[in-house]
Design a protein. Structure first.
Length: 467
């Protein structure tokens, strides 16, 4: 009894301490929000202590609706977006992550955006430059699809990323652009950011929390243009709030890759010793990036998303599922920040296994060791049994055990890092729930009934716990 009373007293003291700090932070101007590395460390320790005392918080494992083409949001009730959303409902999750894809042109091969565009469909993939009409068409179609998700009592989450519009093999994480600068007729904000925010404004009629990641796996643009992204954050909140969603329910965040988070410097991006190489060349980072502004951006966002593709052992443990977070934490430390110390909600924005052997995206993994070591490699294209890495029994067994471990991890809501959400990556060989239209053909499907049952049971249990 005495131990229980002491526990309650400690919890109350911690909650009171955090509550006492919040008003002071709210009245300070943005420039005064910059906290020291020591303060971040203290905040991280307080969060860890709170978590240990208060216990675990189970979270669902949610689905992503991956939108690649303009045609994905066209057709109203018959649009691919709505059909994928309906398939996602089967898994009894809490939210749907609408993953918006636009395309960039880098004509000079210098890792800088020269144009912004879209592709019409998986049958017509030519790069088309954005104009106001295209931005309006996209927003209108996305509004309908998101509203249908809200009709079905789902929360709205969105991430926005750019792919290489000319398939030159460039990596979005290293591509530099200013979201408020015109590349052709429109800026990134005008072409994709604002149309997505307008869709949420009109779709979220239940006025519940929405999560809007301004970009995804695009570190260089964040770190080279932090002030511009801070202005985008403010604009997102204003646009969505115009529809009646309370401003404090509009959660705006960033998404970063599990490694090489700043996408800098360009000449080190493909180094296998990246962390040490960056430390040894830190002067290059300091000369090209405004570090105080980067820290200010991260301290002002509402959440931080991470893509969970760090390699793992053949027989992973729960702790191995946080390797992506610990890698991000290590690199944030170079900039005087820590993941827990920032005090933000943390989500896994992309989560899954690709089952690919290499970066050609054409070769199924030859063993479970390959699947575990490189979860970021997948197999692209529409489904065929020949290209299915899960036809290999060893790979399939590993995939089953991985998702079983994931449900155990989600029941705890994280271990060292408190996690607020997990969103599976539902496309090509990663899509073992069979949500995306490219994941199933008349030859078969990537859908795995063992995993679908596992995820559905887990989410139903979380719903029952939360009431």
């Amino acid at each position: 009894m005495a131990a229980r009373i002491l526990l309650l007293v400690l919890v109350a003291a911690l909650v009171a301490a955090v509550a006492a700090q919040e008003p002071a932070e709210q009245v300070q101007p943005a420039d005064a929000n910059l906290i020291t590395a020591e303060q971040q460390m203290q905040r991280g320790q307080e969060m860890a202590a709170k978590r240990q005392l208060l216990g675990y918080k189970p979270i669902p494992i949610d689905v992503s609706v991956v939108l690649l083409f303009m045609s994905d949001v066209e057709g109203g009730e018959n649009s691919p977006c709505v059909q994928m959303m309906k398939r996602a409902l089967e898994f009894k999750g809490r939210a749907i992550n609408f993953f918006v894809t636009a395309y960039y042109a880098d004509y000079n091969g210098d890792n800088r955006v020269d144009g912004l565009g879209y592709k019409q469909s998986h049958l017509e993939k030519s790069f088309r430059a954005f104009n106001w009409d295209a931005a309006y068409r996209f927003s209108k179609g996305l509004t309908y699809c998101m509203k249908r998700a809200v009709d079905n009592n789902m929360y709205i989450v969105t991430h926005i990323h750019l792919d290489d519009g000319y398939d030159k093999g460039t990596w979005r994480n290293g591509v530099i652009f200013n979201p408020n600068q015109k590349y052709g007729a429109l800026t990134f904000w005008e072409a994709v950011g604002k149309p997505t925010a307008l869709a949420i404004k009109d779709a979220n009629y239940k006025k519940r929390d929405v999560y809007y990641a301004m970009q995804a796996e695009m570190g260089a643009t964040l770190f080279y243009h932090p002030a511009a992204w801070s202005s985008v954050m403010s604009m997102v909140k204003s646009v969505i709030a115009q529809g009646g969603t309370p401003r404090n329910r509009v959660k705006v965040g960033v998404n970063i890759n599990w490694e090489k988070i700043c996408g800098c410097p360009a000449e080190l991006l493909y180094s296998v010793y990246y962390y040490n190489d960056v430390r040894n060349n830190w002067w290059k980072v300091q000369n090209s990036i405004n570090i105080p502004q980067v820290r200010r951006l991260f301290q002002n966002v509402d959440f931080i998303g991470v893509s969970a593709y760090a390699g793992m052992p053949r027989y992973p443990t729960l702790s191995d599922l946080e390797t992506s977070l610990s890698r991000v934490d290590q690199e944030l430390g170079l900039f005087g920040m820590s993941l827990n110390g920032l005090g933000k909600e943390i989500i896994y924005s992309e989560y899954g296994l690709g089952g690919g052997q290499s970066n050609d995206y054409k070769t199924p993994a030859q063993s479970a060791y390959n699947v575990a070591a490189s979860p970021y490699w997948g197999v692209s294209g529409v489904y065929t049994p020949k290209m299915d890495p899960w036809q290999n029994s060893e790979n399939r067994q590993f995939m089953h055990s991985y998702y079983q471990l994931t449900t155990e991890y989600a029941k705890r809501g994280g271990i060292k890092y408190p996690l607020n959400g997990i969103f599976m990556w539902n496309i090509i060989s990663y899509d073992v729930l069979g949500v995306h239209y490219l994941s199933s053909t008349n030859q078969g499907s990537y859908r795995d009934n063992t995993v679908t049952a596992m995820i559905t049971r887990h989410n139903a249990g979380v719903r029952n716990l939360r009431g």
